[in-house]
Design a binder for this molecule. Structure first.
Ligand SMILES: [Zn+2]
Ligand SMILES: [Zn+2]
Length: 164
């Protein structure tokens, strides 16, 4: 998985957005359009004149740049970037929610469980929100009990359940 879209340490929100825009080979015009913000607002953000982004701007930019809006929020607030954001993975068969997991599941290269071969999951199967910590047994967003993940997947009969 590409990690270019994670903010670098010390990177300002303007530099971050500009860097991603250039990586995606977008002009300021295209990005402003895609994010549904004014070209000159974007210019001010990239030049570092605007450092606090409104909710709407954050959402628009996040969508246009395919990044979690939490990243922009974290940079603007000067808080810690949610590191494990895109890398928390678990095997729905082998993991007991609320207990530590096998570190290898979380390896970016791991796609399947090394114990049972089931596809690894990184989000709540009910509401689709990323799983950010292994300390929880229930999804903080919708109350789904993670232990029921496998049952939920089976009930939806997703095509990748072919391993057995
Ligand atoms: Zn497993
Ligand atoms: Zn949920």
């Amino acid at each position: 998985m590409d990690t270019f879209n994670t903010p670098l340490p010390q990177e300002t929100v303007g530099n971050y957005i500009k860097r991603l825009r250039l990586e995606l080979k977008m002009s300021q015009n295209q990005l402003a359009d895609a994010a549904d913000i004014h070209l000159h607002s974007l210019g001010k953000i990239e030049r570092g004149i605007t450092t606090r982004l409104s909710h709407k701007t954050r959402r628009g930019l996040a969508r246009a740049l395919s990044i979690p809006s939490e990243y922009l929020e974290a940079i603007c607030n000067g808080s810690e970037i949610p590191q494990p954001f895109n890398s928390i993975k678990f095997c729905p068969k082998c993991w007991t929610p609320g207990t530590p997991t096998e570190p290898i599941w979380n390896d970016v290269r791991s796609l399947y469980c090394f114990i049972c071969g089931h596809e690894l999951i990184s989000h709540c199967v009910k509401c689709g929100k990323s799983v950010r910590t292994f300390q929880h047994s229930y999804c903080p967003y919708c109350g789904f009990y993670y232990k029921n993940t496998i049952t939920e997947i089976d009930s939806k009969k997703t095509p990748y359940k072919k391993n057995f």
